[in-house]
Design a protein around this ligand. Structure first.
Ligand code: DAH
Length: 332
């Protein structure tokens, strides 16, 4: 009697293992489990019949059947996790049937693009690019530019001062003009520099004012530099950026570090739009850096690249430049 049962158990094991080898999905494995280990499964049938066997056979068949049950249950678990991890691999794999998609490219910030375009125009006219620090000494930001402490012109630049134990004269530069003094202090004439950089002002923001923005400063000092050179250079610049037939206008303006001082406007659909301040370098500024004012003269200018970009690209609010909104930035 028991021989028959043992043969039966061997057959079950053989078939079960054969069945396992061809399983590929959780569903198939579940069918396998039901067939061999389920309540009406082959092995369960044998186990059920054990109580009808003679006592001696019961032990032998019972223990063999139980071992087989444990073995098949283990096989079930092992195969279940194999199939599951196999499925995970498939999920993580690259789906080569997906159609190709355009790679998203980063691009330069519109301020950077404008700054580079302006610098390029001046580089072509022999100006060299230099940069300065955004944290500046009061002396360079004001005093050496002929703006003494009690001068009302200081009010024109609302300053963000820096709290420091060691210094009471540190500020965030309000313009790029301090680099005029720094460059001249370090170099003898001739000087031809263009200075891009970030500036800061303590002021309320609106569509045309930001508390931080870029400026581009220019300075040329040499023998025999006249107001005609200023006009010629700046007119050439406008032609490069705004096209050869653009009209320009110079009007008197006041900046303490130039004399005479002007502002330059360009014709914009029949309106004059101011794009920069400029002038002949004030003799006091040249004196402050030790230049011989009998021998040397120069001109200087300063402009806001964001404002120029606003004109070119019909941008109505300067705050867009620094709001980091991709809807704005991705238009450039
Ligand atoms: N620094 C001036 C400002 O921030 C702009 C400026 C005006 C610069 C005239 C110059 C200049 O070099 O000559 O308003």
């Amino acid at each position: 009697m028991s021989e028959k049962n043992i043969k039966e158990l061997d057959d079950i094991k053989q078939q079960a293992l054969l069945g396992l080898s061809s399983l590929g999905s959780v569903d198939q494995l579940e069918n396998w489990r039901v067939r061999y280990l389920g309540r009406k499964g082959d092995l369960t049938n044998v186990l059920r019949g054990i109580s009808n066997l003679p006592i001696d056979d019961r032990k032998i068949v019972g223990s063999k059947a139980n071992k087989l049950r444990i073995y098949l249950e283990e096989e079930y678990q092992v195969n279940l996790s194999k199939i599951k991890s196999g499925n995970l691999d498939i999920q993580d794999a690259i789906d080569i049937t997906l159609p190709g998609r355009k790679v998203k490219m980063g691009r330069l910030h519109p301020s950077t693009t404008m700054i580079r375009e302006i610098i390029q125009a001046f580089n072509e006219m022999g100006f060299q690019t230099v940069e300065g620090d955004e944290i500046e000494l009061e002396k360079y930001n004001f005093d050496m530019l002929n703006i003494p402490a009690d001068h009302p012109a200081r009010d024109q630049w609302d300053t963000i001062w820096i709290d420091s134990d060691q210094h009471d004269d540190l500020l965030l530069r309000t313009h790029t003009s301090p680099m005029q003094a720094r460059v001249m202090e370090k170099n003898d004439p001739q000087v031809r520099v263009i200075v891009p950089g970030k500036c800061y002002r303590y002021e309320a923001t609106d569509a045309t004012h930001e508390w931080h923005f870029n400026q581009i400063e220019g300075l040329a000092v040499d023998t025999n530099i006249t107001f005609a050179d200023l006009k010629g250079t700046l007119y050439e610049f406008v032609k490069k950026i705004f096209g050869p037939s653009r009209k320009v206008r110079f009007r008197c303006d006041f900046f303490p570090f130039v004399e005479p001082g002007v502002d330059m406007s360009i014709d914009w659909n029949g309106r004059w739009i101011e794009i920069m301040g400029a002038g002949m370098v004030h003799p006091k500024v040249l004196e402050a850096v030790g230049y011989d004012t009998e021998k040397y003269t120069g001109f200087a200018f300063g402009m806001g690249p964001e404002r120029i970009s606003m004109l070119q690209n019909e941008i109505t609010d300067i705050r867009h430049f620094y709001s980091n909104d991709l809807r704005f930035l991705s238009q450039f």
